[in-house]
Design a binder for this molecule. Structure first.
Ligand code: TYD
Ligand code: MG
Length: 479
């Protein structure tokens, strides 16, 4: 060991680009990211050896057509959302990373997943590095988890975890969390880039070598400071992000990488007193608290992976009390909001100088796709003019800088979801009108629009625009 140690260099590695430097600095000299360098140890390649590698088989190159490609075995979790997300069940012996902010519900989800394995007679080993076994057991009691075949180990030293794995030979291994588990022979701290990567590599050899499906739980902080998912993405088969607004009950599980299935699919959950519950109809959940026929509310079908669901965009335009007006958005890009306001001012002549504009997506959802532009714009116009938009209407379209409405992808899926939820009218980009099947055109009255002002003319009358919000010569801050 001593000989090996002497080759190791102490220094700092970057959690973003994985570069290694002998001196610390606030900005990474390689990738220019801020605050990503942390104390670490550099291990030259030839000394990096993994405990679980057993060189008992000789490995040689083979011709592709001679390789027997067997479909991987999958285990259905019976959490419908999770099975769909993983591509039809969890592949046996795969390594999955689940990342998310502390407190979002990762441990809860894993415990519920462990239950579904246990119910199928499979053995589960849950490594609880962050909580004592009493704490973890208490949680499982509270969640009323049936724990027949779930073993719990509160341990952070990897060699001990390895012993437990050899003893119990689980079908499912959960490591909670990858940041707290460490290898004693490395001088760097748990959670450092080197430790986290080594643990992940070991987990990979366990998963592949012994065919143990392994979940690694990883924390990410907003600034990505911890050596978390970012450095592990290459190593694991699947990356799941668990996100959501802590103030809202909804949690979104998203696959951002998947060697065995689709990516960018999402599964929606709701956190309740008995843990996470699947939300099988997101549209219904997101529209549940909607008030109909109020100004400033517009429904848009948005795509997440292959599924469309309806969300409500809300806008509030109110006279400002300060010398600078403000624009705030929740769940939407602030720059996009500013751009849409500018388009409205330029094309329709609305004056936003002396008003505050707030826009948000109800239910704590985030919308990033430009297909929601027109809905946002109309929500603002609706609040500004104090005229509600028909409650049975959905709005789709990307808005260009010259006020043109651009076509969007997956129009059929979006419209089908609107029909499914009982909507009767749809304002969509004119270019998206052609080629729609009868099953859609028969059930929805479609309005194709080319310009922003057409859409406004279609849904709102400009006469209603409130004249008390007349322009004043004042500064505007956008941000
Ligand atoms: P947890 O799974 O511990 O989050 P993570 O492992 O991602 O840090 O759960 C976090 C929060 O969820 C915690 O603040 C309490 C809440 N919670 C519930 O609301 N209901 C429940 O049944 C459980 C277990 C937790
Ligand atoms: Mg936890």
């Amino acid at each position: 060991m001593g000989g090996k140690m002497s080759k190791q260099k102490l220094g700092y590695s970057c959690s973003a680009c994985n570069g290694f430097f002998s001196k610390w600095s606030g900005i990474c000299p390689k990738c220019q990211e801020w605050n990503t360098l942390q104390e670490d140890v550099f291990i030259p390649k030839e000394t990096a050896r993994f405990e679980s590698v057993r060189p008992d088989k000789v490995n040689k190159p083979e011709l592709i057509h001679e390789i027997k490609a067997v479909e991987s075995q999958r285990v259905k979790t019976n959490i419908a959302n999770v099975d769909r997300l993983m591509g039809g069940g969890v592949v046996e012996g795969s390594l999955i990373l689940i990342g998310g902010d502390p407190g979002i519900g990762k441990s809860t989800l894993m415990l519920q997943l462990a239950e579904t394995y246990s119910m199928q007679g499979k053995t589960v080993l849950y490594i609880s590095g962050e909580e004592s076994k009493e704490q973890a057991a208490l949680r499982s009691k509270r969640l009323e988890i049936r724990t027949d075949k779930i073993y719990l180990l509160s341990e952070t030293l990897f060699s001990e975890i390895k012993k437990a794995v050899d003893l119990i030979k689980p079908d499912l291994l959960i490591i909670d969390s990858v940041q707290i588990v460490y290898k004693g022979e490395l001088p760097s701290l748990p959670g450092s880039v080197t430790q986290v990567k080594e643990i992940a590599m070991e987990a990979m050899h366990l998963a592949k070598g012994a065919n143990i499906t392994t979940f690694l739980i990883g924390h990410v902080t907003k600034s990505g400071e911890l050596a978390g998912p970012r450095v592990l993405e290459h190593i694991v088969d699947t990356v799941l992000d668990f996100e959501g607004d802590r103030n809202h009950g909804y949690r979104i599980l998203r696959s951002t990488k998947n060697r065995f299935g689709p990516t960018d699919e999402i599964a929606l959950f709701q956190m309740g007193a008995k843990g996470l519950k699947e939300v099988l109809n997101p549209s219904e959940a997101f529209l549940k608290e909607r008030l109909k026929d109020v100004a400033g509310s517009v429904i848009v079908p948005t795509m997440e992976g292959s599924s469309a669901f309806l969300v409500e965009v809300q806008a509030l335009v109110a006279p400002t009390n300060f010398s600078t007006s403000s624009r705030k958005s929740t769940g939407l890009d602030q720059n996009r909001l500013c751009l849409l306001l500018a388009v409205l001012e330029k094309r329709v002549g609305y004056a936003f100088q002396s008003v505050d504009v707030f826009v948000s997506v109800a239910g704590g959802m985030k919308i990033v796709e430009p297909a929601a532009d027109l809905a946002i714009l109309l929500a603002i116009a609706s609040s500004f003019s104090k005229r509600p938009i028909n409650a049975e209407t959905i709005v789709i379209g990307e808005v260009g800088l010259t006020g043109e409405i651009r076509s969007v992808s997956r129009i059929e899926s979006r419209l089908k979801e609107a029909i499914h939820m009982g909507f009767r009218y749809a304002v969509i980009p004119k270019k998206n009108l052609s080629g729609l099947p009868e099953s859609i055109t028969k059930q929805l009255t479609l309005f194709g629009v080319e310009l922003v002002e057409e859409a406004i003319g279609q849904l709102l009358s400009r006469k209603g625009a409130n004249t008390t919000m007349a322009p004043k010569k004042e500064e505007i801050s956008c941000g």
